[in-house]
Design a protein around this ligand. Structure first.
Ligand code: ADP
Ligand code: MG
Length: 530
């Protein structure tokens, strides 16, 4: 029996092979779909303009707030930017209750978020909070005063959004297991601001931030160096990336105003939807089942092969198919455990192994990291997380091999996205020795063993990058990225607003001056009034 287990495991593992050729085919298609997205709307890679036209240099200063709705958790923080590439961060985090992810109305979710902000302010910024409440009470005119206790807040909202201003954007679709239909098409900043205002909090939603853009900004602030960061990438619950694109390449029309002087704009790729049409992406039976049984079949197809929310489920489906294979004995045998006693492997009735989403991808990290001959920590986790009692070493080895194959394919697919953008940017060619900097965030890059190494291995195989190119690509962690990044974008937004007011006053002055000048023409000149 163990032999058929080994063979059948190999057969499954082989299905997750993603060769160097596959990587290059993937890159060619990724570049094609990226450029299609720069030209028109409605493509699989959305290439959403973010209105952010520059990256910070580390001298930015001030106290800002940031919140992050990323998928699994809601984070609230305040960030003090010191202006010397360093910052201080006060932070709290709460898991999003599952029922709110599929709430009947968006009010339930956004009301919950506003409550968390209130709790954070009361806990960490009582002085601001109290001062604001005092002011509101004493102020005769509720509106129209400038409140120095007002926090400018960057709202990191990591779902596809059609942005039409720095703090305006409507939700295109939910991803990552969220499904609250009435929010689709609405301005998510307004949804949050309304709930904040109901609680009378001293907070202004100043900027709408995608976590990828936040990661890019944070990385650029903390490591300004000579080379500005090119990509902000997330490998967490979901996966997505933002990068700096030349405005000349952005051929579709961009609504609203933005600063054109830099010649660049940060683009939110929404690469989770790369190749929804399955031109080049791998498709095992397990991928197909996962997609069919998901809340959004046919979309986020790339994400469903790469990110934390889905990898565990792919592993689960593959392991279950082994378990159900009559020729294979997995988690069924009689094994001798370490003290020599015989025990029968069995699986608890309520094991996550038989429930959709029942296997968290963090278990993959445990599996891959366990290098002991007995695989004892993995077997212990199989017991505690999946209620698989007394699994044999062979069982655990099969599980580990499958987890490794799924994780490796995810890393190599990640390299397709990153490598394509590096090629698109032309930065490896522009200079001969500068580094191309990438900021990455999310539990997968942070905790999955050797995830970055596996990305590098695939980058080396990409035509147009090669081993020399891969050496010049630096993937650095930008943890806390979304907090600091969102704060930086709130700062940029507040600056933009001030500039708009100053510009407006200047325009009014100018118009008045022209009128006066027109009314009193100087000698020898005729006035032209427009
Ligand atoms: P978010 O995407 O909500 O900002 P994270 O970046 O922490 O949050 O990602 C959470 C996702 O990462 C979950 O899907 C979880 O299953 C997965 N995850 C958490 N820890 C690990 C780990 N050690 N190895 C692999 N995946 C993990
Ligand atoms: Mg995140």
């Amino acid at each position: 029996m163990p032999n058929s287990l080994v063979e059948e495991t190999k057969r499954i593992v082989a299905q997750f092979d993603y060769s160097d050729d596959d990587v290059n085919k993937g890159v060619r298609e990724f570049l094609r779909q990226m450029n299609e997205g720069l030209q028109k709307d409605g493509t699989s890679i959305s290439q959403i303009p973010t209105y952010v036209t520059g990256v910070p240099n580390g001298t930015e200063k001030g106290l800002y707030m940031a919140v992050d709705l990323g998928g699994t958790n809601f984070r609230v923080c305040s960030v003090h930017l010191n202006g010397d590439t360093t910052f201080n961060l006060t932070y709290s985090k709460v898991a999003i209750p599952k029922e709110l992810m599929v709430a009947k109305t968006s009010k339930e979710l956004f009301g919950f978020l506003a409550k968390q902000i209130e709790f954070f302010l009361k806990t960490h910024h009582e002085e601001h909070f109290e001062a604001h409440v005092r002011r509101r009470r004493s102020s005769k005119t509720a509106e129209g005063y400038e409140d120095e206790n007002l926090f400018q807040l960057g709202f990191t909202f990591s779902f596809p959004v059609q942005q039409f201003g720095i703090n305006k954007g409507s939700l295109i679709r939910w991803t990552k297991g969220f499904d609250i239909p009435d929010a689709v098409g609405k301005d998510v900043c307004a949804l949050l601001q309304d709930e904040i205002d109901l609680l009378h909090l001293p907070v202004k939603v100043a900027a709408l931030v995608n976590d990828t853009v936040g990661t890019l900004m944070a990385r650029s602030y903390t490591s300004p160096g000579k080379t500005a960061t090119l990509i902000g990438a997330i490998f967490g619950t979901g996966t997505n990336g933002a990068y700096v694109e030349k405005i000349t390449n952005l051929q579709k029309s961009v609504d609203g105003v933005y600063d054109k002087s830099t010649g660049e704009m940060v683009i939110n790729t929404e690469w989770g939807s790369f190749d929804n049409q399955l031109n080049v992406l791998p498709k095992t039976q397990f991928d197909a089942t996962l997609d069919r049984e998901s809340v959004n079949p046919g979309i986020q197809i790339f994400e469903k092969r790469v990110s934390g929310m889905f990898l565990g489920e792919i592993v689960r489906l593959a392991v279950v198919s082994l378990y159900e294979n009559a020729n294979v004995s997995l988690f069924k045998g009689v094994t001798s455990n370490t003290n020599g006693e015989q025990s029968t492997t069995h699986i608890g009735d309520d094991s996550g192994l038989f429930q959709q989403w029942g296997l968290d991808s963090s278990l993959m990290s445990v599996a891959v990291a366990d290098d002991t001959p007995e695989l004892s920590s993995l077997r212990q986790e199989l017991d505690s997380q999946l209620k698989i009692r007394s699994a044999s070493v062979e069982d655990a080895q099969a599980f580990k091999n499958i987890a490794h194959a799924v994780g490796r394919r995810a890393a190599r697919l990640s390299a397709v996205a990153l490598g394509s953008i590096v090629i698109q940017s032309g930065r490896l060619k522009e200079t001969s020795d500068d580094l191309v900097d990438i900021g990455a965030d999310g539990s997968l890059v942070e905790h999955y063993p050797f995830f970055r190494d596996m990305i590098y291995e695939a980058l080396k195989a990409i035509e147009g990058i090669g081993p020399e190119g891969a050496e010049r690509i630096r993937i650095g962690l930008a943890t806390d990225g979304s907090g600091v990044g969102a704060a930086l974008i709130a700062l940029v937004a507040a600056g933009m607003e001030k500039k708009a007011i100053v510009d407006e006053i200047a325009a009014l002055k100018n118009a008045a001056a022209q009128k006066i000048a027109g009314a009193i023409p100087s000698a020898g000149e005729s006035a032209t009034l427009t």
